[in-house]
Design a protein around this ligand. Sequence first.
Ligand code: CA
Length: 296
Amino acid sequence: MQTDVFRGMEEIIRRNLKRRGMAGACPAGELEKAARSLADASTVMIVTGFVIRDAMTGETDGPPGAIALASALEGMGKRTVIVTDEYSRGIVVSGLLSRGAGTPVEAVPAGSTCAFCDGLLERYAPSHVIAVERPGRAKDGRCYSMRGEDLSDIVPDTDVLFKKARARKLTTIAVGDGGNEVGMGKVRSHITGAVSLGEKISAQFAADYLVVAGVSNWGAYALAAALSLLSRRLLLHDTPAEARLLDSIVRAGAVDGCTGESAPTVDGLSLAENLEIHEMLKKTVELALRKGTSRD
Ligand code: CA
């Protein structure tokens, strides 16, 4: 059954969630629902980039997943655009170059983002807006790091984009791992009860579909794997390409969001640990495609 394969992918990306207090915050079946919705998309706007204040640059979690997802969607004939901010623009561009991808990149400016977000929605006319590890506004309208640092003065407000998308009846999807990312409002009651500083940092906006993963990149890889299953061909790039992508974004300034180091690690996990999850997802799809599960 296809559903069993989707559930298997959800299991793979659950690793590391317990450490974050997020083990109970994974609504089952969301990966399949999100992927089925994306299969009918026309243009997909992917919003990513999480600045680390100490380094004033973006982290390694987010852009690789966003790029993997954009390339899977483009492989299905969808149009995509990646939206980020100035801290992560060079990181995203470098990652796309390493993949030889020509996805357009937009950077939301500092200050009021309202008119800029309206312009983006007009210009690209997306059917779907997806967040991959993007700071979300909490109940008090500010946005926070996992450690509770207030980032509102440096992070352009992209919740506006999601609220405007909802007002236009577009589909919203979010991928997150900590509770402070836009879209995680869908499991807010869990976050406030189980995550350290949850009441303060928990994001308010609830995405239509929410993929919770141990690391946000893994959630986006899982979406690319799920789209592969639905399209009956592998759309997730190979694991050495993922290693090259991580290397390229670190050279462009990305740092590990947990250690603050300029290294191809993600959320404090080694390159090998991250590539292992990527490889497991890829093998799961390859096996399902060989067995013909996609034709169920
Ligand atoms: Ca993360």
